[in-house]
Design a protein around this ligand. Structure first.
Ligand code: CTP
Ligand SMILES: C[C@](O)(CO)[C@H](O)COP(=O)(O)O
Length: 258
């Protein structure tokens, strides 16, 4: 990513600074060339709670820690960049360091999700070939889903964890009157993680910044350039915590087998 803002905006707290070479290191025969950006820079306003949803407890620990530990458990992950709101990036919660701190970096979030992703991407080290973006608000990500998106990205295209739409879909007007029933045959609900060849994702974000456009997910920025992205099967456990009631849902889902 080449266009840097004038003012410094990245804060890397002392405990997480590491030295590493420019080359991927093999661990038990697995090359560490995956970089993960976990976006946790939002305010969680739709929960209606003053506490950040990514810091609230779900299934026994802070929501954000679930996904940090899930990605760190993988031998192919070289680095996990956690993007936090500015005030917390300077002073991250201590529980965040309950992981392999040699593979942890902290970045500062932007105003919009896509800006937070860019800040995280800029911190990926040289050896990263596959970039994965994940919402901290989806704490119950499964290893099988991570496997699927990374395997597709290694083939040279983007991959989005997603689920087919199962309900009948209605398009309505401003008064709530049904205009029509939408054919759901090819409709999927996009989740995260989303994985991409690193250069593809950087290209998509650079073009979006140049054109002054955003998107609700990273795949959307690739799609607008005609870059190939596929869906892979996600999981109900990949649900996003959006409203307060979702905490209870996530707690319940965490008790079910994957
Ligand atoms: N400026 C932003 C906005 C969102 N996110 C992250 O993107 C993910 C998905 O966003 P969403 O669920 O919309 O989170 P919030 O923006 O925090 O929620 P709300 O819209 O209710 O304020 C979350 O993990 C959130 O922390 C981010 O890193 N930076
Ligand atoms: C990226 C995402 O999780 C895909 O579903 C989602 O778009 C982000 O959340 P938002 O509520 O749509 O902003």
């Amino acid at each position: 990513m080449s266009e840097s803002p004038a003012a410094p905006r990245r804060v890397i707290p002392p405990p997480v600074i590491t030295s590493r070479g420019d080359e991927a290191i093999a661990h038990d025969g697995v090359v560490r060339d995956v970089g993960v950006v976990i976006v946790a820079g939002g305010s969680g306003s739709r929960t209606g709670s003053a506490e950040l949803k990514q810091f609230r407890w779900v299934a026994g620990k802070p929501a954000l820690l679930h996904s940090v530990q899930s990605f760190m458990a993988r031998p192919d992950v070289a680095i996990v960049v956690v993007v936090l709101p500015k005030a917390y990036a300077a002073d991250p919660p201590p529980w965040l360091f309950q992981c392999d701190v040699d593979r942890l970096l902290v970045s500062v979030g932007g105003r919009e999700r896509h800006e937070s992703v860019v800040n995280g991407l800029e911190d990926l080290p040289e050896e990263v070939v596959i970039a994965v973006v994940h919402d901290a608000a989806r704490p119950l990500v499964t290893d099988a889903t991570i496997d699927r998106v990374i395997a597709e990205a290694r083939k040279g295209h983007g991959a989005v964890a997603a689920l087919p739409v199962v309900d009948t879909l209605k398009e309505v007007d401003a008064d709530g009157r049904i205009v029509r029933t939408v054919d759901r045959t090819n409709l999927w609900r996009a989740q995260t993680p989303q994985a991409f060849p690193r250069t593809m994702l950087e290209q998509a974000h650079i073009a979006a910044r140049r054109d002054g456009v955003g998107a609700t997910d990273d795949a959307g920025l690739c799609e607008r350039l005609g870059l190939p992205v596929v869906v892979v099967r996600g999981s109900e456990r990949g649900m996003k915590i959006t409203e307060d009631v979702d905490f209870a849902r996530a707690d319940a889902l965490s008790l079910l087998p994957e």
